[in-house]
Design a protein around this ligand. Structure first.
Ligand code: ATP
Ligand code: MN
Ligand code: MN
Length: 296
């Protein structure tokens, strides 16, 4: 790792004024990646993350003892976070109010890392307009044994079908096995409408291409197919945020790509937190597409 890259992460972290306790603790044993290195990664990528993540209720995957030890999903405020990690009361489906977390700045992102966070997941809407999602996401989950080429082909098909109804989309490799196809929405339709639309889109695809797709979660029905997970498009569901590190071996990173870049990709986890400069370079050349209204 060239010294220059490490220095810029370190200086980005230094300017945030967040103290990292146990900086030498190894978070990723397979890579020897420390908590300090993870904090530097997020100090460097935080601003790019917040383009998408700012104002979204988030869930964190926290692994206080490092990857491979006990990890847990946290979606509610525990009262343990500093003020840079904001909270907002949200009514759950049962009517009870719960405090959810959201972030507005990189100091907040790094404060979460200080608390043992590895992964960041976000809602499909933001606190300012909670009931109207600003994105659709189709999470493509391949059955074991299916190669990444099959995932890429599936993503292209989803893109083409979205385009046919007027929705522009971009792919994101998840840092794991799959790809998310994301279509920005003008916040207009509310959650029940968006969920129903996503479901019928996925079911139509599975009906038309039964050899390649399933729209039901059941692992038994996945045999040799790709599960087009439309359930990310419901109130309270999350998807991994762009540039989040994954709590998996290799410290893969979720990276939004252009369709041309996806064509060159050979796996869902080709980017890693061990090479922040490469991820930052992707963030700098990131393209966006226009947000559209959900079609009728
Ligand atoms: P991969 O490409 O390997 O499938 P992924 O991020 O898409 O990576 P999934 O298991 O398909 O992983 O999950 C999709 C999304 O659902 C995640 O990004 C996460 O936001 C959410 N999710 C998954 N598991 C949980 C969980 N136990 N609790 C809350 N949300 C979850
Ligand atoms: Mn997935
Ligand atoms: Mn999934």
């Amino acid at each position: 790792k060239p010294a220059g890259k490490a220095v810029s992460g370190a200086s980005a972290l230094a300017t945030l004024g967040v103290t990292i306790s146990s900086p030498d603790r190894i978070v990723f044993p397979d890579l020897g990646l420390s908590k300090q290195a993870l904090a530097e990664y997020y100090a460097l990528l935080g601003d790019a993350m917040l383009t998408d993540m700012a104002g979204r209720p988030i869930s964190l995957v926290r692994c206080p003892q490092g990857r491979g030890k006990a990890c847990f999903f946290q979606k509610h405020d525990s009262g343990m976070f500093p003020d840079s990690v904001r909270h907002v009361p949200i009514a759950e489906t049962d009517g009870k109010q719960e405090d959810y977390l959201y972030l507005e700045d990189t100091a907040g992102v790094v404060a979460c890392v200080q608390m043992g966070t590895i992964e960041f997941h976000g809602w499909g809407s933001r606190v300012a307009d909670l009931e109207r999602p600003d994105r659709l996401v189709f999470d493509l989950d391949p059955d074991e044994g299916l190669g990444f080429d099959a995932v890429k082909a599936a993503a292209l098909l989803v893109r083409d079908r979205l385009k046919a109804v007027g929705l522009a989309s971009l792919p994101m490799v998840t840092g794991g096995k799959g790809v998310h196809v994301v279509a920005p929405l003008v916040p207009d339709a509310d959650w029940p409408v968006v969920k129903a639309w996503a479901r019928s889109f996925a079911e139509a695809l599975a009906t038309e291409r039964p050899a390649d797709f399933t729209a039901t979660m059941s692992k038994a029905k996945r045999k040799g197919r790709i599960f087009i997970d439309w359930l990310r498009n419901q109130r309270g569901a999350t998807a991994v945020m762009p540039f989040s590190v994954r709590a998996r071996d290799g410290a893969g990173v979720a990276v939004p790509l252009t369709w041309a870049e996806l064509a060159e990709a050979t796996s869902g986890n080709g980017f890693t937190a061990a090479d922040p400069a490469a991820v930052l370079a992707m963030a700098k050349r990131r393209k966006t597409v226009r947000a559209s209204k959900l079609p009728k």
